[in-house]
Write a protein that binds this ligand. Structure first.
Ligand SMILES: [Zn+2]
Ligand SMILES: [Zn+2]
Length: 345
């Protein structure tokens, strides 16, 4: 099959590799669409060097084309079609979105349900062969079956949406709040759409690039500005969400949190980055600062939200490129142009 392969830091090529074969409890998915995000850039930059060479791609959906010997055989992974993930038993021909997480299930954190902290952490497209390829092998239990009427490639958005749902779990938002979102890229737009769905009174969006604000306006946000100082909210915002990872935005965002409000660090800052804030303000205004890493107990809910049409794929996906153009697709993501970039094998 054809696949994008990261062979070394900064080096990616589309080449021919062996077709995957499903393990006993795995299925092989023919990839319909695979999104690219900042994590893929980190892998390409060699920041997960022990995993190279690797086929990237952890945001994907497709059609099941082969199943392992134990899938659907009545073992616990098969179930009886009760509707939960274990009852799905994906069969050949099913359209599925796939949770890329591969926690060990047995370490200190996994035993406490904190799978993102797994001490033997693995993920499809990060440490094992991913979906920037015609086919990918994944655990049957990681598949969520999609109903009829969904354009399967678009369901690659379920993975980033599941990270946003986890962010809202951490945020513990309630009705009738005022939101301020930093960053009008894919994640900022998803956060904005979810805030509106979560019963926000207002959702303002900040992005230093005015061209990126247009999509936020299309979503129906309240204010869309290049500097939060342009917005008139003297008491600040109940929830401020950083989707940029940029220190200047983070520092500004923390100053915008109102009394009793919450700041969510959702964007990925560099490991060495530091940001300044006023501890006196955090104390006297009882400000909560929280972080959210990735999908955790949120993939199935994200799939349901996606099927319900909470996010608009045609607004979020700006580029659908053939797999052969994977290197160019990565460059588009790195340049920060457009929104979600997908490759279509
Ligand atoms: Zn991603
Ligand atoms: Zn573990």
């Amino acid at each position: 099959m054809r696949a994008a392969v990261i062979t070394g830091p900064g080096e990616v090529e589309v080449t021919t590799v062996d077709d995957p074969v499903p393990g006993p409890r795995e299925v092989v998915v023919a990839v319909s669409g695979c999104g690219i995000c900042g994590t893929d850039l980190h892998i390409l930059d060699g920041e997960f060097a022990p995993a190279l060479p690797i086929v990237p791609g952890h945001e994907f959906a497709g059609e099941v084309v082969a199943v392992g010997s134990e899938v659907g055989s009545g073992d616990p992974a098969g179930g009886s079609g009760s509707g939960g993930r274990r009852g799905l038993r994906p069969a050949v021909g099913d359209q599925v979105a796939v949770d890329p997480s591969l926690p060990c299930g047995d370490c200190h954190y996994c035993r406490r349900g904190r799978f993102t902290f797994c001490e033997r952490w693995n993920a499809v497209g990060v440490s094992v062969a991913g979906a920037a390829a015609e086919y990918v092998a994944v655990p049957a239990a990681n598949c969520v079956r999609l109903p009829e009427g969904i354009r399967t490639a678009d369901a690659a958005l379920v993975e980033p949406l599941s990270c946003a749902v986890r962010g809202y779990d951490v945020l513990r938002s309630s009705l009738a709040e005022h939101y301020l979102v930093y960053g009008a890229g894919t994640m900022g737009l998803i956060m904005t759409a979810l805030a509106m769905r979560a019963g926000a009174v207002s959702v303002d969006v900040v992005d230093v690039n005015p061209a990126r604000l247009e999509a936020a306006r299309v979503l129906g946000c309240t204010g869309a500005v290049t500097d939060a100082a342009q917005l008139d909210r003297p008491r600040g915002w109940d929830a401020v969400i950083d989707c940029t990872g940029v220190v200047e935005a983070i520092e500004d965002g923390i100053t915008r949190v109102g009394k009793g409000g919450t700041f969510l660090q959702f964007g990925v800052a560099g490991e060495g980055a530091t940001a300044r804030f006023s501890p006196h303000r955090v104390y006297s205004h009882e400000i909560t600062i929280v972080g959210s890493l990735a999908v955790l107990h949120s993939f199935d809910r994200a799939a349901e939200l996606f099927v319900a049409g909470v996010v608009d794929p045609d607004l979020l996906i700006s580029d659908r490129l053939p797999l052969a153009e994977y290197p160019a697709a990565v460059q588009r993501v790195r340049a920060g142009v457009g929104r979600k970039v997908q490759v279509i094998p």
